[in-house]
Design a protein around this ligand. Sequence first.
Ligand SMILES: Cc1cc2nc3c(=O)[nH]c(=O)nc-3n(C[C@H](O)[C@H](O)[C@H](O)COP(=O)(O)OP(=O)(O)OC[C@H]3O[C@@H](n4cnc5c(N)ncnc54)[C@H](O)[C@@H]3O)c2cc1C
Length: 617
Amino acid sequence: MLRTEDPTLGDTGQVSAYTPCREQVPIDIAIVGGGIGGLALSIGLQQYGHVRVKIYEAASKFSEIGAGVFFGANSIRAMTLIHPAIGEAFAKISTSAVWESKRDTYFDFILAHELHGLPAGTHIISPQVTASEQHSTAHRAHFVDELIKLVPDGTVGFGKRLADISRDEGRGKTIMKFADGSTAEADAVIGCDGIRSVCRDFVLGKNNPLSQPVFTGKHAYRGLIPMDKAIAAIGAEKAQNRFMFLGVSGHVLVFPVAEGQVMNVVAFSTTKSGTWEGEGVKPMKREDMDADFEGFGEDCQKIFSLMENTDHWGIFDLSPDIPTFSSRPLHLLLLGDSAHACAPHQGAGAGQALEDAHILSHILGACRSPSDVLAAFGAFESVRMPRTKVVQKYGRLQGELLDLQRPDVGDDLEKLKAIIDVPIREIWNCDLGAELEKAQAVMRRKLAESAHTYALLTTSTTRVITMPYIAHISLIVRDYDEAIAFYSRLGFTVVEDTFVPEQQKRWVVIQPPLSPSQPTSTSAVPESATHRPSSASSQGATILLARASNPEQEAFIGNQAGGRVFLFLGTDDFDRDYKRFSDAGVEWVRPPKVEAYGKVAVWKDLYGNLWDLIQHY
Ligand SMILES: Cc1cc2nc3c(=O)[nH]c(=O)nc-3n(C[C@H](O)[C@H](O)[C@H](O)COP(=O)(O)OP(=O)(O)OC[C@H]3O[C@@H](n4cnc5c(N)ncnc54)[C@H](O)[C@@H]3O)c2cc1C
């Protein structure tokens, strides 16, 4: 077992704010897929003794493709933040530019063929990196071999191709069924099963178009060439350092791996048809490659001539519009390419899987029991969804830019020079410690909210206990996000926002603002309480924002009570909330009035439904 002194220490050196106010209960986490993302997550989780991890891998043994991989500064920082041992392992096998003078050069960009009267090989730009932007490259298999050494024996089940997932709510377990007929269970499952993820079908729905990988229009030939042959072909400067040959509708990149003994090549091209037939990866055909790079200069042709029996990859990504990475009913979360595969033109995909593993390992590790896991999922998504969407968007744009086809740039080399390294620097310079802190804050809030709801349901002793109680009230809305925005302004909080794939809807539950006098910390949760008193119906009911899905339902938007007051919002401090709502721009239909039973005013929500704000005496 790998243990660090304090695994909750972030970039900032601050200790996590989670307070061990409840005893830790073992949490069983299943990881589906033992690629870079799954392995890194399992290593990160080892630091938390109460989290028990098992990896289920489809292949019969660990194997990685014979190719190089580029890791930007963010990816390398993420390794150490997941676990210092990963950073140390990577340092052993990573390769920088061989020439000392090229260490700070991102890539030397040169012309792949003659353009605008400039000959092939003309230098375009060599962006320099700062000390905090240092990056390096590795042979993928060497990196994965190092990761495997950090995973304890017995953690991985091989030959376990996930086929089905279900949840036994009674026992609180997610059940995995594998293609070999065997089953396994866990408190929660993390789907690290790559771009063609089976787990994603269970999160988004099998027939959801968003679950399908999207062909980007690009394809690539990947190969490894012994360094002595590469030097003989294109010279030491280009073979031993990072070079990118830019051409119209294709680009070729080379960098050294395996301590400079091997030159990695990726030759990208744009398909004319815009489609990709057959397997995602197939053996290369020499005549296809010749046709794709016709007109490319001598250096590129020499490189191609040394690429024997290499693979030909269709380049796919996922839509950045995927609405969620998790299925809360199944306690299933996606990580890495299964959640946000991106086009590889910035060498950032595996790095994003590592960033995921950094955030998720530490917030899952902070869970005290399986019941905290959904809060961790929500916290993970709150920081990882926006970040990975940006990387996905830039991935595609960069492919167009490097193929001299970006509509606003084309083959204008001056425009290209101005932006070629802008997006990648944004990716490199992410403060991963701050991202973890953001996720931790969201998690604390979610745990506090659920503790508050739980406390409301369990602490009242003054009322008669009734069962069943009112759990949610439907409020018909036109659009989830506009309704969330309106109610958030009033201090309502989102308790749950889950995509329901079968219905192509979201399950959005909000609750009224917490009173400052009400409990906000998990320590307020009474562990012994086992029943729900009637206060649940008067204080604890939450509001389900139900989006109208046909004209009949739309007719009720804003008029659910036929012009009468629809909902009664009780408060312990009328004046405080009257001011708060007024400041938020609420329209008052009836001004505050003192009645025999209490103080009351009537307000309108964004659709016109009438609400009482009422403080009973
Ligand atoms: C041409 C190309 C070049 C790239 N270059 C770079 C680069 O330089 N830098 C970079 O950061 N990224 C790069 N990437 C992206 C990078 O390869 C991926 O982002 C990364 O491998 C994702 O890791 P992962 O663990 O999420 O998924 P994967 O590496 O795909 O691992 C998924 C694992 O899940 C297993 N699995 C699949 N289905 C099942 C199932 N049903 N049940 C159980 N197990 C299953 C698989 O066997 C595999 O072991 C490149 C991608 C391409 C296509």
